[in-house]
Design a protein around this ligand. Structure first.
Ligand code: HEM
Length: 137
């Protein structure tokens, strides 16, 4: 079974450090005042692990993406949101699905580790090599 590419977006969380917006006016968000001109950094890594919207939010559970979305619009946004949303979103999703389908048609992938620790760099990267075993189907 091929899970929706959405899940792959969630574990890789590309552009994890680059999400910034500058406030164009003073605004109060959840009791925190952000002044006009201040930079706000947005962390999809955190919002998409918010236990209010995602059950067992840290668990490896690709099945959560198999059904209709139950979370609010901006709880999960691997391609950004608003006027600067990724213009390559459809292309990116298609590429992931096609690559997975092409590889998984011939090979099964077996992980050698359950879950790797990650480090935030330009994108979110595993701390060590991500070892998988390829088995002919
Ligand atoms: C899985 C693949 C991809 C992911 C996860 C991704 C993610 C993102 C994110 C989060 C942003 C928004 C940054 C922000 O709001 O500040 C963005 C913007 C952008 N992406 Fe992607 N992207 C992907 C693939 C692509 C591809 C394939 C292209 C081009 C063919 C592309 C072109 C762009 C461009 C031009 C922007 C800037 C849009 C703007 O500022 O108006 N992306 N991407």
């Amino acid at each position: 079974m091929i899970h929706q590419p959405k899940y792959m977006m969630s574990i890789s969380t590309l552009l994890h450090v680059l999400f910034c917006r500058r406030a164009t006016e003073d605004v109060d968000i959840g009791g925190v005042t952000i002044r006009k001109g201040e930079l706000v950094q947005i962390f999809p890594y955190i919002t998409q692990r918010d236990g209010r919207w995602f059950e067992n939010s840290n668990a490896f559970n690709p099945d959560r993406f198999m059904n209709d979305e139950t979370w609010p619009k901006y709880a999960y946004f691997p391609f950004g949101a608003g006027p600067r949303i990724c213009i390559g979103q459809s292309f990116g999703m298609m590429k992931v699905a096609l690559t997975a389908a092409t590889v998984l048609k011939k090979l099964s992938l077996l992980p050698t580790k359950v879950m790797l620790e990650g480090t935030p760099r330009f994108s979110f990267r595993p701390n060590e090599d991500c070892m998988v075993r390829f088995i002919n189907r």
